[in-house]
Design a protein around this ligand. Sequence first.
Ligand code: ZN
Length: 489
Amino acid sequence: MTPMQELTAISQECCRLNEIESLLSWDLETQLPKNAVEGRAAQSEIITKYLHKIRTSPRMSQLLTQCQADIELSEDERALVDIMQWVYDRISKIPEAHSMLESRLTTLGMQAWVEARTTDDFSRFAPILTQLFTLTRERAELIGYTGHIYDALLEGHAQGMTVELVDREFEKLKKVLIPLIKSRMQQQKTSIIGSEFDVTMQKKFGKYLLQTIGYDFDRGGLGTVRHPFMTDLGPQDKRVANRYSASGFHSFFSALHEGGHALYEQGVAENYQQSDLSKHFSLAIHESQSRLYENIVGKSTEFWMGGPYQELQTHFPTQFKPLSLAQFIDHIHEVRPVMIRVDSDELTYDLHIIIRYEIEKMVLTGECEVADIPQIWNQKYAEYLGLVPQNLAEGCLQDVHWSIGAIGYFPTYTLGNINASQIWHTFVQSHPTWRADFAAGNTTILREWLQTNIHQYGSSVHPVALLKRLCNEELNSDYYIQRLTERYL
Ligand code: ZN
C-alpha cells in the first residue's frame, strides 16, 4: 500500500466514525428516551476519543509528511492531503489535557448557564465563562495566528476569514442596517395572519417545500426536533430536522434553510463522498447555501408564484385563501426588532450577530471582563436595535453557545448572508431569465448551477479561492446591502 492509499483508507475510516457519531446525536435529538442520555454520552465519548487518536497519531503525521513530499499526486489526492493536514494541524497542536479540561468545563458551563438563566444571576455563570474564555485564548495561542488572536478561531469555522476582513464588512453593514431598520419601522404597516397552524399540515408542507427545491428524500429524511439542523449520516444520507409551533409558520423557512444546507451536501461529487473532502466545509459557505434558500429564494414573489403559494393555500385555506400573494410577501417581510436572535427577522438578524462578535473580541483581547458582558450587551442592544433586555434570559444568556465553549463561531451566520448575496448576484448575471423560470415553477436551474459551481467541489477547493473563482472577488457585503436596501427601504 502506498502512503497515499493508506492515508485515503484512514480518511474513509475517520469519516465513517464521524457519521456514526452524528447518527448517535441524531437519535439523541429526535427520539432518545430520557433515561438513556447518560449512556449515549458515554458512547459518543468513545467514538470522539478513538477519532482523536487516529487523527493525531504518529502514523498520521508520518503519512502526511510522505504524501506532502510526493510530487506524483493527482489534484484530488493533493486536495485530500491538504484538508487532512489542516485538520491534523488544528487538533495536534492542542495537548490532550487542554482538550479534556475544555470538554469538562463545557459540561459544567451548560449547568451553570441554566442556573444563571433561571435565577437571573450572572455571577453563577461568570467564573466558568471566564475560564472558558481563558482556555479559548490559550487554544488560539497554541494554534497560532499572524494578525488578531480571533483569527485563529475564525480559521476553525470559516477558513481564510480574518478580523481585518470581517471588521471591514461588518462595519459597512452595521452603518446601513441601524438607520434602515429605524426608517422601515416608521413606515411599515403590520398585518396578522390566522392564529393556529396545524402541525401535521406544517410537516406535510415542509416536506413539499424540500421536494420543490430538489432535496432527495432517497438520500435523506426529515425529523422533528427542538432546534432545526442538518446532519451528515453518510455518503447517501444527509438528514434534515425541523421544529414546529402551532402559533406560527416559521417551520416553512427553517425547512428551506436546512434544505439549502442539505442540497450542498447531497451535491458533493460522488468520488469525494467517501473521504474528508465531503467534510470540513467552511461554515460561511455552508451558511450561504441555507440563507440563499431561506431568504433570497424563499422570500421572493417568483418562488411562491411558481406553485408553492397555491399549495400553501390548499394546505391552510383558512389562513391563506383570503390573502393575495402580494399580501403574503409583504407579511413575510415584516420587520420587528426582538430581543431573541433565533426569533428575529431577516433585516435585524445580523445586528444580533455583530453584537456577539464585538463582545467576544473585547473579552478575548482583554478590553473588557466577562463580568462586564451583561452591561455591554444591554448597551449595544439599546444602541443598535433600540431594545433593552429585561432579564438575562432575553439578554446575554439567551444562546447556549458560550456555555459550551463555542466562541468565534457566530460571525459565520452573517458571513453566510454576505456570501449568499454575492453568489446570488453571480447567478442572476448568468441567468437573466430567472424570474420567469422561478415563476413557472423551475428552481432546478439554481440547484444545478450551485451544484456545478459550488456543491460538487466539497472541501477540495479552499473557500476563499472558491468564492474568488465564482464571483471574481473576495468577501464583499455590497451586494447584500444593496439587496436589503432595495427590499426594505
Ligand atoms: Zn444554518
